[in-house]
Design a protein around this ligand. Structure first.
Ligand SMILES: Nc1nc2c(ncn2[C@@H]2O[C@H](COP(=O)(O)OP(=O)(O)OP(=O)(O)O)[C@@H](O)[C@H]2O)c(=O)[nH]1
Ligand SMILES: [Mg+2]
Length: 460
């Protein structure tokens, strides 16, 4: 357990009405009291706020502030905390922090407040990670999902699983203890059922990872097609500002251009690419190579073509391949420039969802874009309903531990089928328990903690 007192600015830099400087640790109240003029904080009760002035080391007033006192263990970190609300801007928070450091606090490391909350049992590791996710969330749905974790629903689920496994362990151990008597067959079926159940729950949880990943990192939508199809025009319409250069010269876009937009609470990352064609221009050719690579890594491909020009056979072959079963990219065919080709129907290709639109008009006419937006949200509808029904795994570290736990449970199941002895079985079950414990932090080590908390900002 740490025994020193840390301090940091908890709010973002820049001009603002207020900023908060936090300090936590056994001496937090003393530290602030030494440079605070207005009330004797040593006498202050927990959860009380006090107006006064903070002084610097020379005894000069720095700022008028409100100091809120939280006494251990009823605070966010479980230690004594004082939150000093001072005026915002570049200077006041820094000077207040400096004064706290001059009066006995130490500068906090990134995530150190949350780490202390974890060490004091205020939250488990999965919840602490949810704090980081919440801070980094860039869409409403990602925010909601992190909040579910923070509230502990996910941790409860893991706790239930751990209990199930512990149950299993004790069943098996019972069998070892009484191996001379004939209890093995009495409990064998129950053991099998419990193992199957655990395997299923772990499998279901792991299946939510693609959903978690989409909520957290966004859906990658690549806009591809021939030069001049109107890709950059569409990107600009989708994100609502002139992000990419549009011109009637084919081969305008070379570098990939990324821009984000939130649609129905979900983050979409749109990528505009170079028009696909054979070209002698070295720079453009590099752009085409990157575009092809990008399309392969997309969640969704918006394949755009000019209705007045039509699709050529090479494009049709390319799209055929993409809509095949083993492709992970979901393609949509968009016939663009509908305004210039009102009588041209959009091409129909097997298994490919197609839409006609005018990217040019979409910029100023929301109705023009709506059918496309609806299809985009449809691609994540399943993920969203899943996220509403149960907590989703959003974290690569958790996924790895869950996978290892699942492997261990499967091994136990096999061992049981092969009639392996009980003590071998418990080895597998204990391994699974260990993996689940690593997620919530019941079993952990300093390196893991350092790695997790260093992702936080200072002051959190
Ligand atoms: N009439 C009409 N013109 C459009 C539409 N969309 C794009 N254009 C025009 O088509 C030309 C090419 O548009 P861009 O958006 O630059 O096309 P691109 O696919 O990004 O082209 P490259 O970057 O060269 O691959 C421009 O002159 C646009 O104004 C549309 O819906 N209707
Ligand atoms: Mg372009």
């Amino acid at each position: 357990m740490p025994d020193d007192t840390i301090a940091a600015i908890a709010t973002a830099r820049g001009r603002a009405a207020l900023a908060v400087v936090r300090t936590s640790g056994p001496e937090a109240i003393d530290v602030v009291n030494r440079c605070f003029r207005g009330a004797d904080l040593d006498e202050a009760e927990s959860h009380t706020a006090h107006v006064g002035f903070v002084e610097n080391a020379e005894g000069d007033d720095i700022d008028q502030v409100v100091a809120t006192v939280f006494r251990a263990p009823n605070s966010a970190t479980g230690e004594n905390i004082v939150e000093v609300s001072c005026h915002g801007g570049d200077l006041a928070p820094k000077m207040v922090l400096q004064s706290l450091l001059d009066h006995g606090a130490r500068m906090a490391e990134p995530g150190e407040f949350t780490e202390r909350a974890f060490l004091n049992g205020k939250m488990d590791l999965a919840q602490a990670e949810a704090v980081a996710d919440l801070i980094h969330a860039t869409s409403t749905k990602a925010h909601e999902a992190s909040l579910t974790h923070l509230k502990g629903r996910y941790s409860d689920l893991l706790e239930d699983l751990r209990e199930e496994l512990l149950n299993l362990c004790s069943l098996v151990e019972l069998e070892i203890d009484f191996s001379d008597e004939d209890v093995e067959f009495a409990d064998r079926e129950r053991l099998e059922n419990l193992l199957d159940e655990t395997e299923e729950i772990l499998g279901d949880l792991l299946d939510t990872y693609p959903t978690g990943e989409k909520l957290k990192d966004g859906v990658r939508v690549v806009i591809g097609g021939r030069p001049n199809a109107g890709k950059s025009t569409l990107l600009n319409a989708l994100v609502g500002h002139d992000r990419a250069i549009v011109s009637e010269t084919p081969g305008t876009t070379r570098d990939e251009i990324e821009a984000e937009a939130e649609i129905e609470g979900v983050l979409f990352r749109f990528v505009d690419t170079a028009g696909l064609r054979d070209t002698a221009d070295e720079i453009e050719a590099e752009g085409v190579r990157r575009a092809t690579e990008s399309i392969e890594e997309a969640d969704v491909l918006l394949y755009l073509y000019d209705l007045t020009v039509g699709l050529d056979s090479e494009e049709i072959d390319f799209l055929d391949d993409l809509s095949g079963d083993d492709s992970t990219v979901q393609p949509f065919l968009l016939g663009n420039k509908a305004d210039a080709a009102p009588d041209h129907p959009v091409a129909e290709l097997d298994g490919l969802s197609a839409l006609k639109l005018s990217a040019l008009h979409a910029r100023d006419d929301a109705d023009e874009l709506q059918p496309l937006l609806d299809r985009l949200t449809d691609t994540v509808a399943e993920h969203l309903s899943r996220a509403e029904a149960s907590p989703v795994v959003m974290n690569q570290r958790h996924r790895q531990h869950l996978q290892d736990a699942l492997d261990a449970v499967r091994q136990a199941r096999e061992a049981l089928d092969m009639g392996v002895s009980g003590d071998m079985l418990t080895l597998d079950l204990r391994a699974a328990l260990q993996e689940l414990g690593a997620i919530t932090g019941e079993i952990t080590n300093e390196d893991v903690l350092d790695q997790i908390f260093s992702r936080f900002c200072i002051g959190k």
